[in-house]
Design a protein. Structure first.
Length: 299
């Protein structure tokens, strides 16, 4: 039987791969161990799979946070997902993990005996390639709408200046005694032109304000759409795990990892009843985290 070799690596930008030959066991867990001495964040563990088992497709796993264990310093996060895995070799893709994931603690599990894990690759995603295409498109449309808004505001300001000039002429068309603004022979014609110009300027202001209101609603909707897809962080971690399924199956997938930017501490509150000369001391735990993840309603 012929074999092809695939590797277990952690990448930070670019990486040099090192290979060895290790059999894929029936265990559904492969735990990464990073070598801190390696500048390319290389993880050593390689799996041998049949050459015919070519990776056929990437399988994105929309893994939500299932539970979090918070320590005094750091936290252990577990995400879970249900993934339909066709028969053959594929690659699970778990996106949107925090940038400070401790790769030494990373574990991926698949809850089906018919699915074997091959290799795990951890990739650091930076700002340049982290933003999704829908987010880029929405940001472009918001920018274009902002440019249109600026043009309309300039048009309103210009029309307002014209109206102020016309109001000034209408208030004193003859000017000063020493210098007439409009001579008596042309006064009627000038006043007619002023009336026409004022009407046109006011129409431009009305039209521009209507367009501005429409643009404001469009920008508000675009920003609402953007909030649904926009990244909460400019850096992220992506986990890619090779899997080999003997038959099509929908399996539970879990990934757990430790993050450093989290912890808990005690908060004390003292309440004094001066009438009864009674002091009550309450103690509560306060959890803080800056991972960029949403831990709301998580066990």
């Amino acid at each position: 039987m012929s074999y092809s070799t695939i590797g277990l690596v952690v990448l930070d930008g670019s990486a040099t791969q090192q290979q060895g030959h290790y059999p894929v066991t029936s265990s559904t867990v492969i735990r990464s161990r990073a070598s801190v001495a390696s500048p390319s964040w290389l993880l050593a563990a390689w799996a041998i799979v049949p050459a015919a088992s070519v990776i056929a497709a990437d399988l994105p796993a929309d893994a939500h946070i299932d539970h979090v264990t918070v320590y005094r310093q750091g936290a252990l996060v577990t995400r879970v997902a249900q993934v339909a895995i066709p028969a053959g070799s594929h690659r699970l893709i778990l996106r949107g993990l925090p940038a400070d994931v401790d790769e030494k603690t990373l574990e991926v599990t698949v809850g089906d005996a018919g699915v074997q894990l091959g290799t795990i690759e951890v990739v650091r995603i930076n700002e340049a390639n982290f933003v999704s295409e829908p987010e880029r498109e929405l940001r472009r449309r918001i920018e274009e709408a902002g440019d249109q808004e600026a043009v309309l505001k300039d048009e309103v300001a210009t029309a307002d200046s014209q109206l102020k000039l016309l109001d000034s002429l209408a208030a004193n068309p003859a000017g000063s005694p020493n210098k007439a603004v409009v001579d008596s022979a042309n006064l009627a014609s000038v006043l007619g032109t002023m009336a026409s110009g004022e009407s046109g300027a006011r129409k431009r202001v009305r039209d521009a304000n209507l367009q501005l209101r429409t643009l404001d609603r469009q920008i508000e909707q675009l920003k609402a759409d953007l909030s649904k897809v926009a990244t909460k962080s400019k850096r992220s971690t992506e986990v890619r795990a090779a899997v080999l399924a003997s038959a099509p199956v929908t399996a539970g997938v879990a990934v757990s990892y430790k993050v450093g930017d989290a912890g808990w501490d005690w908060i004390y509150q003292a309440r004094l009843d001066t009438a009864k000369k009674h002091l009550v001391l309450d103690r509560q735990g306060s959890v803080t985290q800056g991972t960029g993840e949403d831990w709301k309603d998580v066990d």
